[in-house]
Write a protein that binds this ligand. Structure first.
Ligand SMILES: [Zn+2]
Length: 394
């Protein structure tokens, strides 16, 4: 089956973005000396979420390149052509979405501090997305030496810039699993999940390969993961579930031979090379690669170069690599390397929403999860399931 994309209007607007002069040129901004540098890690691709909103999830690398103390009081995301405000982040929202590399908290960056601002810009399902967005920053500024002689810095600085192109819409694929009550662990988009927060600098460049990654675990009939001792693989009913190819493609990479880990704690000594344990990467076309990780040793049914069909069994769900519970780690990326890649969004053709897990802690402590059964409930088509959603696949 050929790949299809959701939202043909989006595809059109993305295409037109490359046509010079469409809809007017992006507004020129007054040049303002800015103590803050903001750079997108990658241009975002829109995806329709299970909340029926279109999400643009991306990150801005922020560097305070000045000797001033910079408070980020507000960030407006604007249409780069019309200047219409799409989303407003006040200082509290900045505080929640900013992760400083110094590990300090808040919306204030000391001199030379850097970090990432995790953006989740949303649009109505029928919205026509702008081809380019830009950002208006409002900063408060303080000197580190307020009593020193000489010129004083202004107390506030505002600038507009940081254009970001809106890319092609998410690829639509079939789910990698079958059956009821799979929990979307570490999913998109509003929270800085452990997947999205994995802003890895590899060979000097930042990669967020896991931006849209999901860890799938399946709830048992009583709402827990294990139906027996937590350290026994056999306690997890879904251990050994068949992993299905989400599209037609060609196997680009595999790894096999890593032993199962004992559930209940993360193993020691895992590096970037063996974090995924046994895995399969399938080139599904148009610059998209699907990554399936933590597979059972010896369960891989494909080898590099094999052509696979949509729905074909690739391997069995396991607990190899950097994992403390049997699960399928799944993501889509723009190259064959699982981590040295840019994470791309995707939508599943069909799934049923069974609610959203209220508290994720029981998932990690062998407890029974509490589910808000009405949240995101019902049938979904061509959407990305969102963080902690419970979904059933056909
Ligand atoms: Zn994962």
């Amino acid at each position: 089956m050929a790949l299809k994309h959701n939202g043909s209007a989006l595809a059109l607007s993305a295409m037109l973005a490359t046509v010079a002069g469409f809809g007017g040129a992006p507004l020129a901004a007054e040049p303002v000396l800015s103590p803050l540098v903001a750079m997108p890690v990658a241009a975002p691709n829109p995806v329709r979420g299970a909340d029926d909103k279109i999400h643009l999830a991306y990150e801005l690398t922020l560097i305070n390149q000045s000797q001033l103390i910079v408070g980020i009081e507000a960030v407006d995301v604007v249409d780069a052509v019309t200047d219409q405000v799409i989303q407003h982040l006040d200082w509290k929202a900045v505080d929640a979405q900013l992760r400083l590399n110094s590990r300090e908290e808040g919306n204030v960056m000391a001199p030379a501090n850097s970090g990432y601002l995790f953006m989740d810009v949303t649009f109505a399902a029928d919205a026509k997305l702008p081809p380019v967005i830009a950002h208006r920053f409002q900063l408060s500024v303080k000197s580190t030496k307020p009593d020193a002689d000489g010129p004083k810095p202004p107390s506030s600085i505002s600038f507009r810039g940081v254009p970001v192109s809106v890319g092609a819409p998410a690829v639509v694929i079939t789910p990698p699993l079958k059956g009821p009550r799979w929990v979307v662990g570490g999913g998109c988009c509003a929270t800085i999940s452990y997947h999205r927060g994995a802003t890895l600098s590899i060979n000097g460049q930042v990669h967020v390969a896991e931006r849209f990654a999901i860890d799938f675990v399946q709830l048992s009939d009583n709402g827990s993961l294990a139906s027996g001792p937590a350290a026994a693989l056999a306690s997890y009913r879904y251990f050994g579930a068949e992993i299905l190819s989400v599209a037609d493609g060609v196997v680009a990479a595999i790894h096999d031979g890593d032993a199962e880990e004992v559930p209940g704690k993360l193993p020691e000594g895992k590096s970037i090379d063996n974090a995924g344990g046994n895995y399969v990467v399938v080139d599904i076309g148009e610059g998209h690669f699907a990554f399936y990780a933590h597979l059972q040793p010896g369960s891989l049914r494909v080898k590099q170069g094999d052509h696979v069909g949509q729905g074909q069994v690739l391997a069995l769900l396991g607990n190899s690599g950097n994992t403390d519970t049997p699960h399928l780690h799944f993501h889509v990326m723009d190259g064959p390397s699982p981590l040295e890649a840019n994470g791309l969004p995707y939508a599943f053709t069909a799934f049923e929403g069974e609610g959203v897990v209220r508290e994720e802690a029981p998932l990690f402590t062998d407890g029974v999860v509490n589910i808000d059964a009405s949240a995101l409930a019902g049938p979904h088509k061509d959407q990305l399931p969102l963080n902690l959603e419970v979904v059933s696949f056909p």
